[in-house]
Structure formats: structure tokens, C-alpha cells
Write a protein that binds this ligand. Structure first.
Ligand SMILES: *Cc1c(COP(=O)(O)O)cnc(C)c1O
Length: 404
């Protein structure tokens, strides 16, 4: 039985007040909150194991190394990767995408096509634009429709023998749309193209099966799934990771260094130059354990209840419009009040202790599509409640009264 009140007790921050009101945290698509079980692992690491990894003969270093590598295996198992060396620790999704984009600068040639979607976060747009500038490749865009879904017939037409790489998000952070990535992956492969999926927004809600998906690259951030900031993962199929050149040079990523020639370390270390976020890597595994202890089926079912409840209540407010009405979506609601700037609504909600995000959500092309400056975004996690949604609805009504 899913008991939200019991789960909320795991999250110390949920009992604090903001502006004298109980915090209502609805900015989960930007970052999730951290349960005590995960905070304990951070503290335990610095109390008992803090040492640099993969280098020392001493006990602390070996213990820290073991914990770090066990966490990598945990991540491998969670995402169903074939090998643990296909999991590269990164500083987050943005780092993972830049690593792959940099690698492709030695593969792409002038006239090659790479395909992005209209629904992307800036971090899955800008590194590829930089790559196009360096290589002369063309960036093509899968368009979206009014519901906030990608138009698959247009995708089919964009694919050709010139297509080298496709990169789309699994779930849109701005609208919550779940993209048909099975289809997108299969079609990319049919054209001989590689495919990267940005899973930053998917991993807090579902458990992807990477071998089942047959995806070439998949990226995620720990901080969106109850873990700390500054750590994430890049999954790459072994053959691809062997093919791509290293991203950064330094310690840890080498086999042998002389001034004449340096050879690189084996996977995964080839892509992990320098001292990594050791505590973060270990804690990432603990965050995954925590989420699995609740269960992703339970999480998805409960969050969908919150989504349906909030959508219905918000739509009852006159002049309120929801952007992103895909059939398949997660618990993200982007909306505006007619004639009122989203920032003004967000400021009033903050006074009431309600944390939402306003603006373009790092996805300006989506806002341009709808010809709006931004939206108010309420994004729910499994530790949110219907009572909190009622507070939001009352807050939006109040903001509307004050601002119109
Ligand atoms: C949050 C997010 C990113 C960026 O993640 P960082 O942790 O900031 O690197 C990229 N794509 C999507 C879909 C996101 O939601």
C-alpha cells in the first residue's frame, strides 16, 4: 500500500515553511528533493570513507573505490545495461550530451545530417549546434503539434542515408510529453543512424530498459531522481564508447603517459578524467535504491492520479490554458492565465509558499511555437499530495483576482 504521508516523513525539507506557509514543492522537473536515507549516505561517506579512488593502496581508498564501483553496478542493473563499463559517471545530463557531441566531431563530415526534436531542453540543442559549426553538418528538427507531440510522419521524411545521429528526449521537461522513443530508435537504426536519448526527465518517473530499447546513448542526472546535484550518467553501447575519442584529458583516463605518446585507459575510465564526484557517484546508487524501494509502477500510478486531479481542477479556472495535452504525459502541467504574465503569478504563489517554475524552462523553441514568453510549470513527484494541489488551485485563483 502506497502511503504518501509516510513517504513525506522521509523528506526533511517538506516540513519547512516558506514565507510563513508550509512549503508546497512543485518544481520537481527542475530538481527533486532528497530523502533522509540518501542524505545519510552522503554523511556516512564523509564520516567513514572519504578518500581518492582508483589510486591508493590504503584501506580508505580501496573502500571508497569499492563503494563507487558498486554504485556503477547498481546503475547498470537498474537501467539494464549489458556491462557496467558502459556506464560513465558524468556531472549530469548536460555533461553527457557534450561528451557525445564532442566525440562525434571526429565522425561527422560536411553535408551529414543530424536530427533533433522541437521539444528539447537547451542542453540537447546547443552542444549539437556547436558540433554543426565545427563539422559543417546540418541540424534538422522534428516538428511538434499543438498538443505538444512530435510529428512522426515528418520524422520519417527527415531520415535519409545522410542521417548520422538522432537525439531526442524521452520525456519533455517543459510539457511532460512522453515521446515514442521505441519508434524513434527503430527508425533511426533503419537509416543507419546512431541515437541518443536524453532521459533526464524520464528517469524520475519510469525505469528504462536500455538493452530492450536498443538505444546507443542514454543520459540522466541524479538530482532529478532524489539524488545529489553534480552527478549523472552516460550510458553508451560498448562499441560506441570504444569508437569515440576521450572528451577530457587528465589523470585517471590514461594507461601510460610519456611526452611522445599517451595511451588511454579502458572503459569506463577513458571518459572519467580527474577526480570525480566520488560521494555523488556513491549516493546516486543510494537514490536509485530509494526510488526502487517505492517502486516505479507505484510512482507512475500515483503521479498520474495527481496529474488527472490537478488538470481537472486547474482547467475549471476561467482563462486558464494548459500547454502540452499529449495523451501520453507525465505529471508536468505548463499553464498560463489569459492576459497575465507567468512571472507575476509565480511571485504570488511563492508568497503563499508554493514553489513553481516560470519562464521558458530551458526550452525556448517550444515557447516560440506557442508564441508565448513562457509558462507557469507545476511538476509533481510521488511525495506530493492532492491537498497540496488544492493549495495551488486556490493560489492561482487568488493570483488571478489580484492581477486581472
Ligand atoms: C534537467 C534536464 C536537462 C539538463 O540536466 P542537467 O542536470 O541540468 O544537466 C536536460 N534535458 C532534460 C529533458 C531535462 O529535464
Amino acid at each position: 500500500m502506497f502511503d504518501v504521508e509516510k513517504i513525506r516523513k522521509d523528506f526533511p525539507i517538506l516540513s519547512r515553511k516558506v514565507n510563513g506557509k508550509p512549503l508546497v514543492y512543485f518544481d520537481n522537473a527542475a530538481t527533486s528533493q532528497t530523502p533522509q536515507q540518501v542524505i545519510d549516505v552522503i554523511v556516512d561517506y564523509y564520516h567513514n570513507y572519504n578518500a581518492n579512488i582508483h589510486r591508493g593502496v590504503h584501506t580508505l581508498s580501496q573502500e571508497a573505490t569499492d563503494l563507487y564501483e558498486q554504485s556503477r553496478q547498481k546503475i547498470q542493473k537498474h537501467f539494464n545495461a549489458k556491462f557496467s563499463h558502459e556506464i560513465i559517471f558524468t556531472s549530469g545530463t548536460t555533461h553527457g550530451i557534450n561528451l557525445v557531441a564532442n566525440g562525434f566531431s571526429s565522425i561527422l563530415k560536411k553535408g551529414d545530417d543530424i536530427i533533433v526534436s522541437a521539444l528539447e531542453h537547451h542542453s540537447n540543442i546547443v552542444p549539437w549546434q556547436m558540433l554543426c559549426e565545427r563539422t559543417g553538418a546540418n541540424l534538422k528538427v522534428i516538428p511538434m503539434n499543438d498538443e505538444g507531440e512530435l510529428v512522426m510522419s515528418a520524422y520519417d521524411r527527415l531520415l535519409s542515408k545522410n542521417t548520422k545521429l538522432v537525439f531526442v528526449n524521452h520525456i519533455s521537461n517543459a510539457l511532460g510529453t512522453i515521446n515514442p522513443i521505441e519508434y524513434i530508435i527503430e527508425k533511426a537504426h533503419d537509416s543507419g543512424a546512431a541515437i541518443l536519448i536524453d532521459g533526464a526527465q524520464a528517469c524520475p518517473h519510469i525505469k528504462p530498459d536500455l538493452q530492450g530499447l536498443d538505444v546507443d546513448f542514454y543520459v540522466a542526472s541524479a538530482h532529478k531522481m532524489c539524488g545529489p546535484t553534480g552527478v549523472g550518467m552516460l550510458y553508451g553501447k560498448e562499441a560506441w564508447l570504444k569508437k569515440l575519442p576521450p572528451y577530457q584529458g587528465g589523470g585517471e583516463m590514461i594507461a601510460e603517459v610519456t611526452f611522445e605518446k599517451t595511451t588511454y585507459a579502458d572503459l569506463p575510465h577513458k571518459f572519467e578524467a580527474g577526480t570525480p564526484n566520488i560521494a555523488g557517484g556513491i549516493v546516486f546508487g543510494a537514490a536509485i535504491d530509494y526510488m526502487n524501494s517505492i517502486g516505479f509502477d507505484t510512482i507512475a500510478k500515483y503521479e498520474n492520479e495527481l496529474l488527472q486531479y490537478a488538470s481537472q481542477k486547474l482547467l475549471a479556472i476561467e482563462g486558464l490554458k494548459i500547454y502540452g495535452t499529449a495523451k501520453n504525459k507525465t505529471s508536468v502541467i505548463s499553464f498560463n492565465l489569459e492576459g497575465i504574465h507567468p512571472y507575476d503569478v509565480g511571485s504570488i504563489l511563492d508568497k503563499l509558499g508554493i514553489a513553481v517554475r516560470t519562464g521558458h524552462h530551458c526550452a525556448q523553441p517550444i515557447m516560440d511555437y506557442y508564441k508565448i514568453p513562457g509558462t507557469i510549470r507545476a511538476s509533481f513527484a510521488f511525495y506530493n499530495t492532492k491537498a497540496e494541489i488544492d493549495t495551488l488551485v486556490e493560489g492561482v485563483k487568488k493570483a488571478k483576482m489580484m492581477l486581472s
